[in-house]
Write a protein that binds this ligand. Structure first.
Ligand code: XIL
Length: 394
């Protein structure tokens, strides 16, 4: 080899090492990808693998493993509750930033990106707000102004520190709601009409020109009939298309990914197709709240538990593979990483559900964890290429 070719070869090796985020393997110390975290493995694809963080667990001195894994295993974090309006402004006019600030600091210390969750949602609103609207002491006009101020205040506080904001969450109904024809649902649509969605994105953009602004929803992992009257993915697709046509600064569609093993669910190619259809609008995509719950069975009954663990792992993997296949899919966030701290048992109790995360209650990695890891390890060119992020829309 000529000197010049050696230099080229060395440069390629260095670049490869940088891209793989690893040190070179040696005979005495072979490269072992299974020893890498999900976060590190994801970064090889420029994919951020994140988790929602429960601040009480993070601060529990008797539960150090929670903090250790939250810090080491993921390259992105989301506040499970700390950035919701009821947490930030429990009393009208008085913001309590302590928990949200703490998460942003934690992320900075651990070199993690932050998904901001959530600016506009019909749940977990402060009681003073919903009561004021209900008793008429807050007028519609005042409500709109309160929303504008809230978005501006929160986005401004974390300007430059949030990678992706969930600006509007769960604005669209489901086919099982009444009426069954899909429609804009909930507190904000009822009180302000659907225009609040465009307003919210414009207000968020005015406060932070650099954050990627997302619409976030569940039950949009795959397309169905293609009729927006009963296909929620199609409804959301058409909604975003319409917003973009009006020049609304929306940069991404977040698919929550709350699945259950008792349902039919989707295969990798269906989910890939859905992400591609969203991406064709010119927006980024992300899985933002992935968990795969099961109906619980007799404790310790392995004949029942094993199929659930396998089905859960398979569904986690379907979403991961689809995300890897589509370059616009920027992040894959799990909604809690351990069954010790998961919203599922609290929210789905009839029949009781659980086993929804990638680590068990003792922080032992489950089959789902290993499947995600192997998806990240075995993915590569030409089918899986690094992510490409859009520029935030002006
Ligand atoms: C959930 C939290 O995990 C719970 O701790 C809380 O009691 C209720 O909200 N979709 C969302 C999340 O966008 O904000 C929800 O989080 C789960 C469903």
């Amino acid at each position: 080899m000529t000197h010049r070719r050696w230099i080229t070869a060395a440069a390629v090796a260095v670049a490869t090492v940088a891209a793989l985020n690893t040190v070179p393997a040696t005979a005495s110390r072979p490269y072992d990808p299974t020893a890498q975290s999900l976060g590190a493995l994801g970064l090889r694809h420029k994919l951020h693998v994140g988790t929602a963080v429960d601040m009480a667990a993070l601060n529990d001195a008797n539960d150090p493993e929670y903090r250790r894994l939250a810090a080491s295993e993921f390259s992105s974090v989301t506040a499970e509750n700390a950035m919701k309006w009821e947490s930030l402004e429990p009393t009208r006019g008085t913001y309590d930033w302590a928990a949200a600030d703490q998460l942003v600091e934690f992320a900075k210390r651990n070199r993690q990106s932050v998904r901001g969750h959530v600016l506009v949602w019909h749940n977990q609103l402060p009681a003073w707000l919903t009561a004021g609207v209900a008793d008429g002491s807050i007028s519609k006009q005042e409500l709109r102004e309160l929303l504008r101020r809230h978005i501006t205040t929160v986005v401004n506080r974390y300007k430059g520190k949030i990678w992706q904001w969930d600006v509007v969450n769960e604005a669209v109904s489901d086919p099982w709601d009444t009426p069954s024809t899909l429609h804009y649902k909930g507190f904000w649509a009822q009180n302000l009409g659907p225009d609040y969605i465009a307003d919210a994105f414009r207000w968020a953009r005015a406060a932070d020109p650099r954050a990627l602004l997302f619409y976030n929803d569940y039950n949009i992992e795959a397309f169905g009939s293609g009729n927006p009257a009963d296909d929620k993915s199609q409804f959301v697709h058409d909604m975003v298309k319409g917003l973009l046509a009006q020049g609304v600064p929306i940069d991404g569609i977040g698919s929550q990914g709350h699945l259950g093993t008792q349902y039919g669910n989707y295969d990798t190619l269906q989910v890939t197709a859905a992400l591609k259809r969203f991406a064709a609008l010119g927006v980024a995509t992300a899985f933002t709240e992935v968990d795969v719950r099961s109906e619980l069975t007799e404790p310790g009954d392995s004949a029942e538990i094993n199929p659930r663990l396998q089905a859960s792992a398979a569904n986690f993997s379907v979403l991961m593979k689809a995300c890897l296949a589509v370059r616009s899919c920027l992040s894959y966030t799990v909604w809690g990483f351990s069954d010790r701290h998961s919203w599922v048992p609290e929210w789905f109790d009839d029949p009781p559900q659980g086993m929804a995360t990638i680590y068990d209650e003792n922080y032992q990695p489950k089959r789902a964890y290993h499947e995600l890891k192997s998806d990240l390890i075995f993915a590569g060119p030409p089918y899986v290429l690094p992510r490409v992020a859009p520029r935030p829309r002006g």
